[in-house]
Design a binder for this molecule. Structure first.
Ligand SMILES: C[S@@+](CC[C@H](N)C(=O)[O-])C[C@H]1O[C@@H](n2cnc3c(N)ncnc32)[C@H](O)[C@@H]1O
Length: 217
């Protein structure tokens, strides 16, 4: 039974991830349609993304966590906020284009503001230098690898100089050309600097990484 449940959960996860052909709007729609099942599916596969993201964030802020202001991008149902909360973080906002995923997060009452918006080439309706950190736990892979450089520039704009962008994703995405190029271009331009890249084993199979960039401008 447990084995069958796990297989079904893995099937659901591949459906949610989609492939190169799945449009970004279709991906959002898939999450919306499965928002009520999402937490259970992730629990079944012992999904570590939120735990690792929050742990890494906690290591960067050793004191005064209740005043650290965080934007959780691709927040979904708020699994990352739950883990951040357990480390003492209290000031967290959520950004996700799926209103139904955010509805699930709202029930947990952990975020202050909810932005039903996608991280894309467009400007975010958020003032410069607002946050101490941005967390991104398992943003849809097919979206992450196609993010234009403007999306990362927006994150840099809304994070205070000296703040951090903590991004957890599948190890295999490290070879995605655009993602790699964007990370390097912004480093060459002196906008951010990668200070950490940690690998961790996913229970079952595969590896994930957590990448930490320090915002310089
Ligand atoms: C695998 S879930 C991760 C949710 C949560 N961070 C977690 O760790 O459980 C991926 C999320 O990415 C969101 N997403 C898809 N496209 C996005 C975009 N362009 N900007 C921000 N979030 C996006 C989806 O709506 C979905 O909630």
């Amino acid at each position: 039974m447990a084995q069958k449940e796990r297989e079904q959960a893995l099937e659901m996860i591949s459906y949610l991830i989609g492939d190169e052909e799945t449009s970004r709007d279709e991906i959002i729609d898939r999450f919306s349609q499965n928002s009520q099942r999402y937490d259970k599916v992730m629990e079944t596969v012992n999904f570590m993304g939120p735990l690792i993201t929050a742990q890494t964030t906690a290591e960067l802020f050793l004191s005064n966590r209740k005043n650290v202001y965080i934007l959780d991008v691709a927040a979904g149902t708020g699994l990352c906020a739950e883990k951040l909360y357990s480390h003492g973080f209290r000031k967290m906002d959520a950004l996700d284009p799926s209103s139904r995923m955010l509805d699930e997060a709202r029930r947990k009452g952990l975020y202050g503001r909810y932005f039903t918006e996608a991280l894309r080439e467009n400007a975010l309706n958020i003032a410069n230098d607002t946050y101490d950190a941005v967390t991104i736990s398992a943003m849809s892979s097919m979206v992450l690898i196609k993010l234009p450089i403007e999306a990362f520039e927006e994150l840099i704009r809304i994070v205070k100089p000296g703040g951090y962008i903590i991004n957890t994703f599948m190890h295999s995405l490290l070879s995605a050309v655009l993602l790699r190029e964007n990370m390097k271009t912004l480093e060459d331009q002196g906008k951010w600097k990668q200070i950490e890249l940690k690998h961790f084993q996913r229970p079952g199979n595969g590896n994930d990484v957590v990448s930490v960039h320090k915002v310089l401008t």
